[in-house]
Design a binder for this molecule. Structure first.
Ligand SMILES: NC(=O)c1ccc[n+]([C@@H]2O[C@H](COP(=O)([O-])OP(=O)(O)OC[C@H]3O[C@@H](n4cnc5c(N)ncnc54)[C@H](OP(=O)(O)O)[C@@H]3O)[C@@H](O)[C@H]2O)c1
Length: 333
C-alpha cells in the first residue's frame, strides 16, 4: 500500500510516498481502507520535531530520540472496514467508520486498529472528509471544555484562536454545553466563527479582548497568544484561564492558583476515547456541530498539506484524500 513516509526530522520535504506492507489485522483489530485522513498540528510537530521548549525532551523521547520511531504520521482517518480479526464483534466488512489512531499511521491507504480504540461508525449524513476532520480537534475541545473546565450553561466563555484546528470545534462544543461564547479571530474569519454559533466575535487585528471591560468565566486560548497575567484582567473572580499550549510558567501558575484559589489556571493534555468519538458522531449526525475544512490535498502532495499546517493560519482542518478511485467504487456499491 502507499503511505507518506519519513525517516528523519526536518522540513516538509522529508516526506515521501512509499510502498509499504499492508497491515494485517490482529484478532481484535479491523483493517480500514482509508479514504480521508489529515495533517494536524501534532503531525507537523512530530515531523519537524517542534515541541514546546519544556517538553522538547519528552516529545523527542516519545517521537524517537535519534529519528522517528513511527515512520508514518497521521492520527485521523475515515474509511471502510475491509477485513477484521476473528474476535471482532462491533464491526463487519463494509462498515463506514472514522477514528483516531494514537499510534499514528493514518497517512496511508490502510490502517489496522483495535475495535476498542477510538473508532466508531460514521454517520451516513457525514462525508469521509468531514469525518476525518473531527477526532483531533473535536476530542481536544471536548476534553478541555467539558472535562477539564466543566463548562456549565450560561457561563461566559472566550475562545482565542477560534478558527483553528481546535478552535472551530471549541466554539461549537462550548455552544452545545450552553455557554455564551465570545470568539477571537482575524478579520477574514469573522463570518466563519459567527456561522459556527459564536455569540460575539472579536477581531484581534482591531481590538484587544484583554483590554476590554467584559469579564469571562473561562478563557480558552487555543492560539497561544495570551497569558494568565493578561487574561486575569478580564476573568471573573473565580474565572479560569485554560491554555491549550503551555509551558513551565503555566504549570507553575496552575499549581499556585490551586492553592491560593480565586482566578485559576488549568493545564492538561487532550485525551481520546471511543466515548468521546461516539459523542461527537451523535452531534455530527444531528447537525449540531460540523467540520470546517481548510483545504484538501491528494496523498502525493502531503508535503504541501504540512506546509499549510505549519503556516498556523489554517481554518479548521487540512485533509488528505486517499484512494479516490476506491472511494468512487464504494459510493457506487
Ligand atoms: N494540550 C493539548 O493536549 C493539545 C491538543 C491539541 C492541540 N494542542 C496544541 O494547540 C495548538 C493549537 O492547535 P490547532 O490545531 O488549533 O492550531 P492551528 O489550527 O494552527 O490554529 C491556530 C489558530 O491561531 C489563530 N491565531 C493566530 N494568531 C492569533 C492571535 N493573535 N489571536 C487569536 N488567534 C490567533 C489563527 O487564526 P487566524 O488565521 O485568524 O490568525 C489559527 O486559527 C498547537 O500548538 C497544538 O500543538 C495541544
Amino acid at each position: 500500500m502507499k503511505a507518506a513516509w519519513y525517516d528523519r526530522y526536518g522540513p516538509a520535504d522529508v516526506l515521501e510516498i512509499r510502498d509499504v506492507p499492508r497491515p494485517e489485522p490482529k484478532d481484535d483489530e479491523i483493517l480500514v481502507q482509508i479514504f480521508a485522513t489529515s495533517v494536524t498540528t501534532a503531525d507537523w510537530r512530530f515531523r519537524a520535531s517542534k515541541f514546546p521548549t519544556i517538553f522538547w525532551l519528552a516529545g523527542r523521547a516519545m517521537a524517537g530520540l535519534f529519528g522517528p520511531r513511527k515512520n508514518v504520521l497521521g492520527s485521523e482517518f475515515a474509511g471502510r472496514v475491509v477485513a477484521r480479526g476473528k474476535a471482532v464483534t462491533r464491526f463487519k466488512g463494509g462498515d463506514e467508520v472514522f477514528g483516531f489512531s494514537t499510534g499514528l499511521g493514518a497517512n496511508a491507504e490502510y490502517i489496522s486498529v483495535s475495535e476498542d480504540s477510538p473508532v466508531v461508525k460514521k454517520p451516513a449524513t457525514v462525508g469521509y472528509d468531514e469525518a476525518a476532520a473531527t477526532p483531533f480537534g473535536g476530542q481536544s475541545a471536548l476534553a478541555f471544555l467539558r472535562d477539564f473546565a466543566q463548562v456549565q450553561p450560561s457561563r461566559k466563555v472566550l475562545i482565542a484562536g477560534a478558527s483553528g484546528g481546535v478552535g472551530v470545534w471549541a466554539v461549537q462544543i462550548a455552544k452545545h454545553l450552553g455557554a455564551e461564547v465570545s470568539a477571537v479571530t482575524s478579520t477574514r474569519n469573522v463570518d466563519l466563527v459567527r456561522s459556527l454559533g459564536a455569540d460575539h466575535v472579536i477581531d484581534y487585528t482591531k481590538a484587544d479582548f484583554a483590554a476590554s471591560d467584559e469579564c469571562y468565566d473561562l478563557i480558552f486560548d487555543t492560539a497561544g497568544t495570551t497569558d494568565f497575567d493578561q487574561a486575569k484582567h478580564v476573568l471573573k473572580p473565580n474565572g479560569v484561564f485554560l491554555p491549550l499550549e503551555f509551558g513551565g510558567r503555566e504549570i507553575g501558575q496552575a499549581l499556585l492558583s490551586k492553592i491560593t484559589g480565586g482566578k485559576r489556571v488549568i493545564v492538561g493534555v487532550s485525551s481520546d476515547s471511543r466515548e468521546m468519538l461516539e459523542y461527537l458522531a451523535g452531534l455530527l449526525e444531528t447537525g449540531e456541530i460540523r467540520a470546517v475544512i481548510d483545504s484538501q490535498y491528494p496523498l502525493e502532495e502531503i508535503a504541501d498539506a504540512h506546509r499549510r499546517v505549519e503556516s498556523r493560519h489554517k481554518r479548521g482542518s487540512v485533509i488528505v484524500t486517499i484512494s479516490p478511485r476506491a472511494l468512487e467504487v464504494a459510493k457506487a456499491a
